[in-house]
Design a protein around this ligand. Structure first.
Ligand code: SAM
Ligand code: SF4
Length: 450
């Protein structure tokens, strides 16, 4: 058996894709290793969303080149593959910049990895092939699923047609496409059969899901979630990432009616300024977002909200930024990701002349992150003293501890050895640390969610 080392950067889609590449490679006599020095095959599954993410790849490739040279001196061969969105965006340019690279493969062509590895150095596949990648990908064994844990990502949708003016995704992942329901269910049943208890249903724009149902009609994400909740063994469902424009009534209602659907929603808003939202081509204004949050809270009063923010989009004034701060104060987030705008080649926003100076971006980001961090900590402190259901996921940091997740996606550490990974147990939250909650098993009834 040969050894493959796969490193993923960026979003959950890449985590899922890395697992699919490992599945394809196990049919080619590769086992996975987490030690790059012993790898016969190194795959960097890259992210192109911001400049820093893309540059990281080239510095990592510099290190891989040294390693490849050292192994060569010992008579060992090492193949180097660049996959993911940098591969898609830069293609052959990667081979020119880094001679250690053997293969460049875009996100829609992973099923072709075995033939690309057999080809002479310099194979590049950045096509958007007509055949369905998912239909050609190998299924993982039950043993492999078990090593990946009880919570699994399940890709149901890929690509994006929204063309936000700052974003590379429509160019690197291609047009929006939804997998058919039957294909998703087959994968879901295989995962649940091997012990998976929770699905995070993923897609670049997951709530735009409109895959073909068994009856030939398009299903919404809400309908798909209802069906996934019926898969034996599945106790929890989550989904990410959603666009505010695609938050339909049936999905809002699912948060009220579907007990397996966790009270947590990642709903990127990017900015609180109408002028900036318009320049971003987000297709909604700040008040539409506020009204949507009101509807979500009416459906599921305890829902925890998360979002993405970009500061320093071209033309963003102090007043625009203050609108973002006001929206954050109005809504109140349990967690969030925030970034400085990074111009991406080929996107419309990169061409705008009024770019915001780096120092201004840094100062705004620091202020926004301070507010978001205060809200996150307040949310975590708000769960202290409450009993919440925790899905036990893995052994904890210390012997006798188990780590799990609350319904609100908070990490929880519990002192117990009486329960099994995969159980959902009531836990009294006693303390909130900076990144985890700490609690004790509760045998009494669950308190109603606040
Ligand atoms: N589809 C999701 C949506 O509609 O918001 C987000 C997908 S993107 C992978 C994740 C996040 O990266 C975005 O929500 C945005 O905040 C951030 N992002 C995307 N392009 C960016 C850029 N050029 N500069 C800074 N942040 C960016
Ligand atoms: Fe990018 Fe999301 Fe906008 Fe699509 S909806 S272009 S993935 S930010």
């Amino acid at each position: 058996m040969k050894k493959a080392f796969i490193k993923s950067y960026g979003c959950q889609m890449n985590v899922y894709d890395a697992e699919r590449m490992a599945d394809v490679l196990s049919g080619e006599s590769y086992t996975e290793t987490d030690r790059i020095e012993e790898a016969d095959l190194v795959i960097l599954n890259t992210c192109h969303i911001r400049e820093k993410a893309a540059e990281k790849v080239y510095s990592e490739l510099g290190r891989v080149r040294v390693l490849k040279g050292e192994r060569q001196a010992q008579g060992l061969d090492t193949k180097v593959v660049v996959a993911g969105c940098v591969a898609q965006a830069e293609g052959r340019e990667i081979l020119r910049r880094q001679p250690a690279v053997d293969v460049v493969v875009g996100p829609q062509s992973y099923h072709r990895l075995p033939e690309l590895l057999r080809a002479p150095r310099g194979a590049v596949d950045t096509e958007f092939p007509v055949e369905d990648k998912f239909g050609h990908l190998a299924a993982p064994s039950a043993a492999k699923i078990q090593t990946r844990g009880i919570s699994a990502f399940l890709t149901v949708q890929e690509g994006c047609d929204k063309f936000c003016t700052f974003c590379v995704v429509p160019y690197t992942r291609g047009a929006e496409m939804s997998r058919p329901v039957a294909q998703i269910l087959a994968e879901a049943e295989r995962l649940a059969g091997a012990g998976v208890r929770e699905f995070t249903v993923i897609g670049q724009n997951v709530n735009a899901y409109h895959g073909e149902g068994p009856d030939g009609s398009p299903w919404t994400l809400a309908r798909l979630l209802e069906r996934l909740a019926e898969v034996p063994g599945i106790v929890r469902l989550r989904y990410t990432t959603s666009h505010p424009r695609d938050m339909n009534d049936d999905l809002v209602a699912a948060h009220r009616d579907l007990p397996a659907l966790m009270p947590y929603l990642h709903l990127p808003v990017q900015s609180g300024s109408d002028a900036i939202l318009d320049a971003m081509n987000r297709r909604h204004d700040a008040d539409a977002y506020r009204r949507l949050i009101d509807r979500m809270r009416a459906a599921r009063p305890d829902i925890a909200l998360s979002s993405d923010f970009i500061v320093g989009f071209p033309g963003e004034t102090d007043a625009d930024f203050e609108d973002t701060m006001r929206l954050v104060r109005d809504v109140g987030f349990a967690s969030a990701f925030s970034f400085k705008y990074s111009p991406r080649p080929g996107t419309p926003a990169a061409e705008i002349e009024a770019q915001v100076p780096e120092a201004v971006k840094s100062e705004r980001l620091a202020r926004l992150q301070e507010l978001l961090e205060a809200q996150r900590q307040a949310f975590n402190r708000g769960t202290v003293g409450r009993v919440v259901e925790v899905l036990l996921e893995k052994p904890g940091r210390h012997p006798g501890q188990i780590a799990g997740k609350s319904p609100y996606l908070q990490a929880v550490q519990i002192e117990t050895d009486a329960h099994r990974i995969g159980d959902v147990v009531p836990v009294l939250i006693e303390r909130a640390g900076s990144n985890s909650l700490f609690g004790a098993l509760e045998s009494g009834p669950l308190t109603a969610a606040a």
